[in-house]
Write a protein that binds this ligand. Structure first.
Ligand code: MG
Length: 251
């Protein structure tokens, strides 16, 4: 086996998802939810403006605190401020799930994901998740899609306060499990975040072009993140990924 440790991005890589946080109905829904459940009254337009402002402020403050160029806040800090009074963990989880479900209109695994992950596990490889995401949004989606069973460990950026392409995010995973970098490969659909974090950490990468980017766009971004072309494999879809991972990497 060329690689023993497969570190996957989630959205756009394993899960095909679509969310829209700009739709007015979402903010009307949230205003109603806050009023009914917490007695907090907001106009929907103002609610969205305040949400975005708190996100920006919290991100700036966190970046100053932890020194990362790529800080990742916890979304519950933002909702907590909007509610304006203490709430329980269960109440916060329900709120996050409701908001996410309302904003989301697509959530499916890509064809080929299940058989590839199964093949890796059967061959004795290890599977990790390294996702730029909010734990309170993502946990339920990992359960719903049945992916949670495949992971040896799950790293979500909101837990650590930093996100890809900050190399410390990947190094935290590598360090925790004592992985050898030459036995790891990062698989993801965003050049700057996924290939970028792998390049910064000194790990090989597989770029999966699920969003149909042009060759020019891919090359431009590879250059932007100073990727070593010899250490990046570009694949068009999961059929190719399955073929490569099971034929080349697992034998
Ligand atoms: Mg992605």
């Amino acid at each position: 086996m060329k690689y023993r440790n497969y570190i996957f991005d989630l959205y756009g890589t394993l899960i095909d998802i679509h969310t829209d946080e700009e739709q007015p109905q979402l903010w009307e829904f949230l205003a109603d939810y806050l009023k009914v459940n917490f007695g907090t009254v907001y106009d929907a337009v103002r609610l969205r403006e305040d949400y975005l402002k708190i996100c920006r402020d919290e991100e700036k403050r966190l970046g100053e605190r932890n020194g990362s160029r790529y800080p990742e806040i916890k979304i519950e800090w933002v909702f907590g401020k909007l509610i304006g009074k203490p709430c329980t963990d269960d109440e916060m989880r329900l709120l996050c799930n409701a908001f996410r479900e309302k904003s989301r209109d697509k959530l499916v695994k890509y064809d080929g994901v299940t058989k590839t992950l199964s093949a890796i596990k059967r061959a004795g490889g290890r599977v990790f998740l390294l996702s730029n995401a909010q734990r309170l949004f993502t946990e339920k989606e990992l359960e719903t899609t049945g992916l949670i069973q495949y992971f040896d460990d799950i790293f979500i950026s909101s837990d650590l306060g930093i996100k890809k392409p900050d190399k410390d995010f990947m190094l935290a995973l590598i360090g925790k499990h004592g992985l050898k970098k030459e036995e790891c490969v990062m698989v993801g659909n965003e050049v700057l975040a996924d290939v970028g974090v792998a390049s910064a950490a000194g790990v090989d990468a597989i770029y999966l072009n699920t969003y149909d980017h042009t060759q020019e766009e891919i090359e431009r971004d590879l250059e932007l993140c100073h990727a070593d072309a010899d250490r990046v494999t570009i694949l068009e879809d999961w059929d190719k990924a399955f073929g490569l991972m099971t034929k080349n990497y697992l034998n």
